[in-house]
Design a protein around this ligand. Structure first.
Ligand code: BTX
Length: 325
């Protein structure tokens, strides 16, 4: 932990009380000037202070930033988010996470970018990731499951993220659209992209990409997605503290991953169904090869979608895009 972070830690711990510069200098064994320089550095990062004569510094504001320090403030997990790689601009957090996972990054490592220049969805579709507005994060998860079992993990992530959002914003009720979207009032606020590094019967790592529109206002979305996208801020009517949201997601994800590994997806299926807006609806499914229409009748214990067509036949859909009609 750097000197600057240690100073910040003490200012935060003081909880609105003044922290004396002299005391900081004495206990950290540096000069008053050094302390002052670090305070300047913090100010440049967006922290604000009040200086009280003879008493010291009072922290009055923290930046809405996803720096490791900000996330750790809210973090309540054992492994998830305990190693954080935070960048200002990246091409895609998935690309970086793939590399880190190959180099042996521990379970729960996260990669966060304030901005992505080549954020991607499924099938190389672009994912809009403007600077400082959203959560663009990849979590490296190393669950003890087979590649086949891992195929339902995206649904586990959807449940965990939706729980986190509901816990923080009581008036926001995201709905899960199979397989990987969270919608609010029919518009997309979150996309999930799960990629895998695996051997024949053993998962090395899952690269769980989560993209959440947090603080965008309508004008922030490009014309391509303006009609289909929304943000948590638009739904909740308040500024979103992204660091708190990241920490809460990690907490639920750690918890649900444990259930998933110990008991399988079956134990989470009911919660998925309750949060889903897909089941029971008439939908159109587009797969790589075909297009089907029918009623989404349910999902299997493996998270596979079942579609009842008008002639009564039931199709199982492993991957595809769903449109509610
Ligand atoms: P998807 O293939 O289901 O959805 C992609 C589609 O969503 C796009 O074709 C576009 O229509 C729409 N879209 C693009 N950007 C946004 C946005 N910001 N909000 C709403 N809709 C949008 C979904 O793929 C999975 C996305 C995962 C993104 C994360 S971010 C962190 C990680 N890094 C990375 O490159 N991808 C993941």
């Amino acid at each position: 932990i750097s000197m600057k972070d240690e100073i910040l830690r003490r200012l935060l711990a003081a909880n609105g009380e003044a922290v004396s510069g002299q005391e900081l200098a004495d206990t950290l064994n540096v000069s008053r000037t050094a302390i002052w320089k670090h305070m300047q550095g913090l100010q440049e990062e967006g922290y604000t202070f009040e200086t009280v004569k003879k008493k010291g510094y009072i922290l009055t504001g923290v930046p809405n930033s996803l720096s490791p320090m900000q996330i750790e403030l809210f973090l309540n997990t054992e492994r998830f988010g305990r190693t954080i790689h935070h960048f200002d601009v990246v091409d895609s957090t998935q690309t970086i996470a793939h590399k880190l996972a190959q180099e042996g990054a521990p379970d729960g490592t996260i990669v966060i970018g304030e901005e992505q220049t080549a954020g991607r969805g499924r099938m190389a579709r672009p994912w809009e990731s403007a600077h400082g507005t959203g959560i663009w994060m990849t979590i490296i998860v190393r669950p003890d499951v087979t590649p086949q079992q891992a195929s339902s993990y995206t649904l586990v992530v959807a449940v965990a993220v939706s729980k986190a959002i509901k816990a923080l914003y009581k008036n926001v009720e995201p709905a899960i659209k199979w397989p990987n979207d969270l919608l609010i009032n029919g518009k997309k606020c979150t996309g999930i992209l799960t990629e895998m590094q695996a051997e024949a019967d053993c998962v090395q790592a899952l690269l769980v990409g989560i993209g959440i529109n947090a603080n965008q206002v309508e004008a922030d979305f490009s014309p391509e997605i303006a009609d289909i996208a929304t943000s948590l801020r638009l739904a909740a009517g308040e500024e979103i503290n992204r660091a708190a949201l990241v920490a809460t997601i990690l907490q639920y994800l750690e918890q649900y991953t444990e259930i998933f590994v110990k008991e399988s997806f079956t134990s989470i299926k009911k919660e998925w169904e309750q949060a889903s807006c897909t089941i029971g609806q008439r939908i159109e499914v587009t797969t790589i090869r075909e297009r089907f229409e029918g009623v989404a009748s349910g999902i299997t214990d493996e998270g596979v979608l079942q579609l009842r067509q008008d002639d009564g036949t039931v199709r199982t859909i492993y991957s595809g895009d769903v449109r509610i009609i």
